[in-house]
Design a protein around this ligand. Structure first.
Ligand SMILES: *Cc1c(COP(=O)(O)O)cnc(C)c1O
Length: 339
């Protein structure tokens, strides 16, 4: 195998040895299949291609100092995929089958799990698609579930750092009673224009307000938002925010550190009151927010006065990473060790 420069990996795609697949046909899920092909043979009328019957997940496997490989919150991700299936009428994959597939694909690609010292990890991407041919708008009768993995670099190459974000009133990611709470490709298609515009303007990501009133904070691109003030962790309660497993974990850790946790609508103006804020998700764990510009209203909410991550964000980030890499004991049952 060509030598991988672990410390300089980006969040891209590198071919690994194997992927794993299940097919749902004739009303039942088949056996786990191991493939070394990066391609799928798909009918051109498959529902995933026309009507967006596609859901995915994102997880990471970490190699510890002890050499063991740890996967973070496997079962939660399996359950969230099931919720996405309910959301767009796809066949649900049983949690046990999901777990078996993840453990298998990581084990088969063990040599691609970056060494502990690199700060890199193995990204795990499960996806589920409707594959049967259909032209009328109906759910498919056949599905394919695939998991591939690819090593990804440390998110913060130059160390844990702050980024600027931008609010756009001209774009919505998801409707209040739409599919924002499901992890599906369709939501991402809807976010591409806003995301590109934010990047073109030099921002780390776009920031969405609630689609109905344009008053409350919804999501930070493809990450959840949280703010910290008066020893309280505040995160939006909204019917269009994706339930981030990182956010769910940070709420538990925040409480264990003695912070109060509030899940409630967060009005835009409240941004000016936060001592710290962050975007959270599997990719970065926490991406601390430097400032949020509301360009259409000519306003700027500066959150980090010195441009550096605050003490609460730093503590939460270090704690979660320590659990993921096995530097600290997993007292919550969040880790599955790959045997
Ligand atoms: C995946 C995702 C997140 C983060 O979820 P995690 O489980 O923490 O990785 C947040 N928002 C959106 C829209 C997502 O798709």
């Amino acid at each position: 195998m060509e030598q991988i420069d672990w410390a300089n990996l980006s969040f891209g795609y590198i071919k690994t040895d194997y992927n794993v697949r299940y097919n749902f046909r004739d009303g039942k899920w088949g056996e786990l299949e191991i493939s070394s092909s990066e391609y799928i043979n798909l009918h051109m009328a498959a529902t995933c291609l026309h009507y967006g019957q596609e859901a995915f997940e994102g997880m990471k496997a970490f190699r510890g100092k002890d050499g063991k490989i740890r996967i973070f919150r496997l079962e939660e991700n399996a359950k969230r995929l099931q919720a996405s299936c309910d959301g767009i009428l796809m066949e649900k994959l049983p949690v046990e089958m999901y777990k078996e597939a993840v453990l298998k694909v990581v084990k088969l690609n063990e040599r691609f799990v970056p060494p502990y010292e690199s700060g890199a990890s193995l990204y795990i991407r499960p996806l589920l698609i409707g594959t049967s041919a259909q032209v009328g708008v109906h759910p498919a009768s056949e599905y394919t579930f695939i998991i591939f993995v690819t090593p990804v670099g440390p998110y913060f190459k130059g160390g844990f750092s702050c980024n600027p974000y931008v609010i756009f009133r001209e774009f919505d990611r998801a409707a209040p009673l739409g599919t924002g709470i499901f992890k599906i490709g369709g939501n991402y298609a809807a976010s591409l224009r806003a995301n590109k515009k934010a990047h073109d303007m030099g921002y780390s990501s776009e920031f969405y307000l609630d689609a109905k009133e344009k008053k409350y904070i919804d999501e930070c691109g493809a990450a959840n938002f949280f703010g910290v003030k008066n020893n309280t962790y505040v995160t939006p309660l909204s019917s269009s925010v994706l339930p981030s497993i990182t956010n769910k974990s940070l709420m538990v850790l925040a409480e264990s550190m003695g912070l109060k946790v509030e899940r409630r609508p967060v009005p835009e103006e409240e941004l000016s009151t936060f001592e710290e804020a962050g975007a959270c998700g599997t990719a970065a764990v926490i991406s601390p927010i430097e400032r949020i510009d509301d360009v259409e209203n000519d306003k700027s909410y500066v959150i980090s006065k010195d441009g550096k991550p605050g003490p609460v964000c730093t503590k939460l980030y270090n704690k979660l990473r320590a659990i993921q890499y096995g530097d600290e004991p997993d007292t919550y049952g969040w880790i599955t060790i790959v045997e």
